[in-house]
Structure formats: structure tokens, C-alpha cells
Write a protein of this length. Structure first.
Length: 370
């Protein structure tokens, strides 16, 4: 890649999409500054530093030819499975979610989401057009994805596993699966819930029961969600003001820098601030979906559409959790919550989106026939 081609690709980058991502990071830095009681340390500074690294990673990926990403689309899935397996050899804890590489701690189940998108997009791209929608090919796609889901469930990380299952279902549907089979797939999943319930850990069962009736344990399992609801409700329309949130600054609100950061935004900036954050997410999703429509390859379309659904699932689960519509699970708000793995996943994902946008007219040859 010579300097001229790099310069031309830099010009072609969708800088409006980058600006929207930077807006979310900026909101995150301000929210983390407030969470630390008007101090840039320890969260806001590291969040900013990680975002700078993530930005350069995204731009670097954007400059890579989409044909090269397509060619090695299976590699991230293999690496993700290896990292998930590695967790059981390097940790003796009952909950194994983080892989310590020395210079960084990674959550492999987060990175596995984008690896699933790439692998399934490659798989469906290589199928002949006349075979789109055939049940046998969809079943193979589900089997390909099973190792990641099973290893994530064993950690245990139920929330991430459910998001992975929904992501797989959306990609299979977007690839042309008949609606009735998708209904059957989720019907089987629903029918398996009783079996899943008896295999849940006690704390997971308690979270679900508390979600159904938070008043049963207001000082225990229901504490998080009750305090979150109080904070959101007290924010009103325009909020209490920056750095003025009583629930968060008096330490009533737990995990305010990670999973419950949207609650703090709602308390300090009210409904107006919450809707502004949601608007930025919606604009990013719509813009990415528009990029998917412009793709000349099935691989590009599925990758961009899958990333849209992944971002939607992040936002839906996080906001549903803090507002009491869903049980409490470990689900960060992308680019706003403090956390390296989710931020890395998002920047890698949108680096691929930017690459797909730059190379949207490139046609990909089918390398295999299934």
C-alpha cells in the first residue's frame, strides 16, 4: 500500500461516522469525570487514552482492503474459541471472564461477538444464491457458532451468551432464512428455558426473581435496580445539573462508572440528556445500516448489518437493565461505560464498517462452495 493509496483511503473514510463515535467517547469522559466526583482520575483519563488507541486501531482497519478481511474472516473465530478455552487453564475462580495478558485484561466473550459476525458473514457469502434460505445451511451456521455460546455460558456469563444467540439469529435471518424456521428456532430456545433455569447459578436465579419483584429484597439483590430507578426518576426532564446527582455522588448508585452510567446521565441531565445520548446511538445505527445497503457483496452487507444489531443489543440490554425492564446483567453502554474490552470490540467493529464503506464497490469472489 503506497502513500497515495493511503491518502485516498483516508479521504474516503466516513468522517461523519467517526465524529458520532467521538461524540459518544466525549460523553463518556464527562460522565466518568462526574462519577469520580469531578476528578479525571481514575476513570476518565484511562477512558480517553483507550479511545485514542481504539481510534487508531479503527483507522488502521479501515485502510485494510475488505478482500483481505474477507479472506481471513475465520481467523478471529478460531482465536476467540482459543481464548475462551484458555480461561479455564489460567484461572481457578468460579467465574472466569477475564484473560490477563499482562499489558491488558480482555474479556474474550466480548471480542467473540465480532468474530461471530465475520465468520457467519463469510460462511453465508460463500453459499450460492440459490441456496440462501435453505434450512441445512442455517443449521450448519448455528453449529459453527455453538462453541462460542457454550464456552460463554460455562464461564458463566448468561447475559453475553443471550446476546450472542440473538446476534446469531439475526445474521441467519438477514442471510435469507425463512421466517417460520426463525420462529421455530426461538420456540426451541424458549422451550429450553426450564432446563436452563435449573442449570443457573443461585445468584443468576436471584437476579431474575428480583427483576420480577424488586421489592422482595430492596437492600440485597434488588438494591441496584431500586437505586437506579430512584436516580432516573429524580432527574426529571432536564436533570439536576452536571456534578449535582445526589444518588451517584452520595454513593447510593453502585457501578456508576460501568453498567449504571446511563442512570447517572439521566439523573444529571434528565430526560433531555438521555434522549440526546439515544439519538447519537440511533444515528450511528442508521448510518451503518445505510452503508450496508451500499455494499456490492453479501459479506459486506452482513458484516455491517450484524454490527448494527450488535450495537443495538448493547444499548437495548444496558438501558433495559438500568430502567428495570430487564434483569441486572453485566452489559456496558458502548464507548460511554468504563471498560476496555467493550471499547476495543466497538472500535474494531467500526473499523471494519469504515473499510466496508471505502471498498463498497469491490466485488468479492466466492472461494468455497458449501
Amino acid at each position: 500500500m503506497n502513500n497515495v493509496s493511503v491518502y485516498r483511503k483516508l479521504i474516503k473514510i466516513d468522517w461523519l461516522l467517526v465524529l458520532l463515535l467521538v461524540t459518544l467517547v466525549s460523553i463518556g469522559c464527562l460522565a466518568l469525570y462526574s462519577a469520580a466526583d469531578a476528578d479525571w482520575n481514575p476513570w476518565a483519563v484511562r477512558h480517553f487514552q483507550r479511545s485514542i488507541i481504539g481510534f487508531f486501531i479503527a483507522v488502521f482497519i479501515a485502510l485494510i482492503d475488505i478482500k483481505l478481511i474477507y479472506r481471513f474472516a475465520w481467523v478471529p473465530l478460531i482465536i476467540s474459541i482459543f481464548m475462551l478455552l484458555l480461561l479455564y487453564f489460567v484461572s481457578d475462580k468460579s467465574v472466569n471472564r477475564w484473560l490477563d495478558l499482562g499489558f491488558i485484561k480482555l474479556q474474550p466473550s466480548e471480542l467473540a461477538k465480532i468474530s461471530l459476525i465475520l465468520a457467519l458473514a463469510r460462511y453465508f457469502h460463500d453459499i450460492q444464491i440459490r441456496d440462501y434460505g435453505k434450512i441445512s445451511y442455517s443449521i450448519v451456521a448455528i453449529i459453527i457458532s455453538l462453541p462460542v455460546v457454550i464456552l460463554t455460558l460455562i464461564q458463566p456469563d448468561l447475559g453475553t451468551a443471550v446476546m450472542q444467540i440473538l446476534l446469531i439469529g439475526s445474521l441467519v435471518f438477514l442471510a435469507g432464512l425463512r421466517v417460520w424456521f426463525l420462529i421455530l428456532f426461538f420456540g426451541i430456545f424458549t422451550a429450553s428455558l426450564p432446563f436452563l433455569w435449573f442449570n443457573l447459578h443461585d445468584y443468576q436465579k436471584q437476579r431474575i426473581l428480583t427483576h420480577l419483584d424488586p421489592s422482595t429484597d430492596t437492600l440485597g439483590a434488588g438494591y441496584h435496580i431500586n437505586q437506579s430507578k430512584i436516580a432516573l426518576g429524580s432527574g426529571g426532564v432536564f436533570g439536576k445539573g452536571f456534578l449535582q446527582g445526589s444518588q451517584s455522588h452520595l454513593d447510593f448508585l453502585p457501578e456508576k462508572q460501568t453498567d449504571f452510567i446511563f442512570t447517572m446521565i439521566g439523573e444529571e441531565f434528565g430526560l433531555a440528556g438521555s434522549l440526546f445520548v439515544l439519538m447519537i446511538f440511533v444515528l450511528i445505527m442508521l448510518y451503518t445500516y445505510m452503508i450496508s445497503f451500499l455494499q456490492s457483496s453479501q459479506f459486506g452487507r452482513l458484516v455491517c448489518s450484524g454490527i448494527v444489531f450488535m450495537l443495538f443489543s448493547y444499548v437495548f440490554v444496558n438501558i433495559g437493565m438500568v430502567s428495570g425492564m430487564l434483569p441486572v446483567v453485566g452489559a456496558p453502554l458502548p464507548l460511554i461505560s468504563y471498560g476496555g474490552s467493550s471499547m476495543l470490540t466497538i472500535f474494531i467493529s467500526f473499523g471494519i464498517v469504515l473499510s466496508a464503506s471505502i471498498h463498497r464497490f469491490d466485488k468479492l469472489e466466492v472461494r468455497e462452495r458449501y
